[in-house]
Design a protein around this ligand. Sequence first.
Ligand SMILES: Nc1ncnc2c1ncn2[C@@H]1O[C@H](COP(=O)(O)OP(=O)(O)OP(=O)(O)O)[C@@H](O)[C@H]1O
Ligand SMILES: O=C(O)C1=C[C@@H](O)[C@@H](O)[C@H](O)C1
Ligand SMILES: [Mg+2]
Length: 197
Amino acid sequence: MNAKQDTGKTGLREKALAGLAGRNLILVGLMGAGKSAIGKLVANALDLPYVDTDHEIEDAARMTIADLFAQYGEPEFRALETRVIERILSEGPAIVSTGGGAFINPANRELISSSGLSMWLKADLDTLWDRVRRRQTRPLLKTENPKQTLKDLMDKRYPVYAQADVTVLSRNVRKETVMRDVLKALAALDGGNTREE
Ligand SMILES: Nc1ncnc2c1ncn2[C@@H]1O[C@H](COP(=O)(O)OP(=O)(O)OP(=O)(O)O)[C@@H](O)[C@H]1O
Ligand SMILES: O=C(O)C1=C[C@@H](O)[C@@H](O)[C@H](O)C1
Ligand SMILES: [Mg+2]
């Protein structure tokens, strides 16, 4: 059963769209939180475009994020990230998954809060680690002890992610379940009725 069939019968999709009220939905959170994976499912369920800032940055720079960090450094990457976020949000409404560091920059938070609803996908350390440990694509985790680095990033960033408009737990359950939790959180913004008929 695909996501659209799964939500269509219950009216959850309509309620979620009403809660979103034509705004961009911007997913924030740490590497491995599921911003890309869940973002795609939410976009599919709501029939909205899906955009990934990391992907757009790689398109604009014509190189991978790992190469961008290696050749130009993180400050150049962050400058490009802000430009890309500004453009994407102006072209919405869309479901936008951001890179893990995007919401940490106050200028990006300002852009995000002025043009959409921010949602923190929050996960615990073991869940995140389990999801990112096998891939080598994240330059910030190329350290001697990447799990400790992830923990340090959590300690620094969680108080900032907590400023997002809405928080949804990216639990260790099926992605479709987390997607539905996102839809329910959106639906709750529209009068608080998340009961599924
Ligand atoms: N609820 C889930 N259950 C199982 N696997 C998941 C879940 N959410 C995400 N994943 C998997 O975890 C991995 C990391 O997820 P994803 O790439 O979506 O994270 P991200 O938040 O976009 O990270 P980054 O900031 O690095 O882009 C992917 O392989 C994805 O399929
Ligand atoms: O957490 C971060 O700062 C990052 C996360 C990734 O999504 C990429 O945006 C990049 O690797 C930096
Ligand atoms: Mg991602």
